[in-house]
Ligand binder design. Structure first.
Ligand SMILES: *Cc1c(COP(=O)(O)O)cnc(C)c1O
Length: 364
């Protein structure tokens, strides 16, 4: 750290993304990317656009927004695009959460980071013992709310009737629903944004649409909410979504059948892997995302992560109270998941928890 950094950031911890090591080829099951490359009908779209890179992109992204508004059956003025949904989440914290925000104690790790970055007071509401969100904890709470649905890293989903209770019972506060994983088995709350002007739904192309590297997200909400988010965007970076990503995003919407097929493939492999892990003695949450969240009585989360990494398979683990024992495993191809199951079989799970790990867990 230099001596020049603003005092309020000196003690702030930045978000730590999942590792993207380049020392060798891993089976990458740690950052919830899709295992499939972009189909040609999407990739080919950038070829013409490459000739126009000397020009700024369209700052309002209207072509892409028009297409998104058709697919999600809303008006274009109810949609904004961002440089990944992370940017739209940042704009949401900046624009709306001055008075504070609440979110679950176990959820997307970026929420507390944005809160600190923008000096937003926040309170974490504990998940129930079974790691579900108790809707009653948020009903009429009189606070801004941000919830990932399905939640990360548990994968547990709330229904639109639950989201409606939140929006309806907190009419003077923002209810932001981060639907990064909704396409893998949940039901979107997008249509409720027509009824509740305080409801904002945030989506990403990074997960179900196989475009994490392109950085594209979008948010849907009432016209005034989207105007406010645009105010943040035009005060920060009007050209936030580059030319190539705008055309890729548009082309990806040209073949919804392909999207549905790949999404369904992941759901199928998720259910297959769920069953296999159960047979190996794992306890799993009922994940409706493109990952599984699980623990095994014979091995702690960190040990399982380390052993699999040595075997060339990357998964995610958190050194965090309550979920220390768990690992999160992204759903890859059927072949990748079979390699995972084989590797876990080779570890031979029987009281593998190290003494050191037990001790540090008991301290928490
Ligand atoms: C991956 C993820 C995001 C971020 O997605 P980007 O669009 O890649 O920025 C947001 N929220 C949750 C819960 C995620 O898991």
């Amino acid at each position: 750290m230099s001596r020049f950094i603003a005092r309020r950031f000196a003690s702030m911890d930045a978000y730590v993304p999942g590792e993207q090591p380049s020392d060798m080829e891993y089976i990458k099951l740690n950052t919830n990317e899709m295992p499939f490359p972009l189909p040609d009908f999407v990739a080919n779209a950038v070829k013409n656009e490459l000739d126009k890179l000397q020009l700024y992109p369209n700052p309002d992204g209207s072509r892409l927004i028009n297409k998104l508004s058709e697919i999600y059956d809303v008006d274009p003025e109810n949609v904004i695009i961002g440089n990944g949904s992370d940017e739209l989440l940042a704009f949401t914290f900046l624009a709306f959460f001055e008075a504070g925000v609440v979110f679950p104690d176990i959820t997307y790790g970026f929420y507390p980071v944005y809160a600190k970055l923008y000096d937003v007071p926040y309170r974490e509401i504990p998940l129930a013992d079974d790691l579900t969100i108790n809707i009653k904890d948020y009903t009429g709470i009189g606070q801004n709310i941000v919830i990932a649905n399905p939640n990360a890293p548990t994968g547990i989903v709330l229904g639109p009737e639950d989201i409606e209770i939140l929006a309806k019972s907190n009419p003077d506060y923002i209810v932001a629903i981060d639907e990064a994983y909704i396409d893998f088995g949940g039901e979107t709350a997008v249509q409720l944004t027509k009824k509740y002007d305080n409801l904002l739904v945030i989506h990403t192309y990074s997960k179900s649409r196989s475009m994490a590297g392109a950085r594209l997200g979008f948010a849907i909400g009432s016209t005034p909410l989207i105007e406010d988010l645009n105010k943040m965007k035009y005060s920060f970076n009007p050209y936030n979504v580059n030319r190539l990503t705008q055309v890729l995003g548009e082309a990806a919407l040209n073949n919804e059948a392909h999207f549905v097929q790949k999404r369904n493939e992941i759901i199928e492999v998720r259910e297959y892997t769920h069953k296999k892990l159960e047979e190996l003695g794992f306890t799993l949450t009922d994940s409706k995302a493109n990952f599984l969240f699980c623990k095994h009585p014979d091995i702690g989360g960190f040990d399982l992560y380390s052993k699999l990494k040595d075997m060339g398979i990357l998964i995610r683990q958190w050194n965090k109270p309550r979920i220390f024992d768990y690992v999160r495993i992204t759903i890859g191809t059927r072949e990748q998941m079979d390699a995972l199951i084989t590797a876990i079989g080779q570890i031979g799970l029987k009281d593998l928890r190290t003494k050191k790990e037990k001790k540090s867990y008991e301290k928490k």
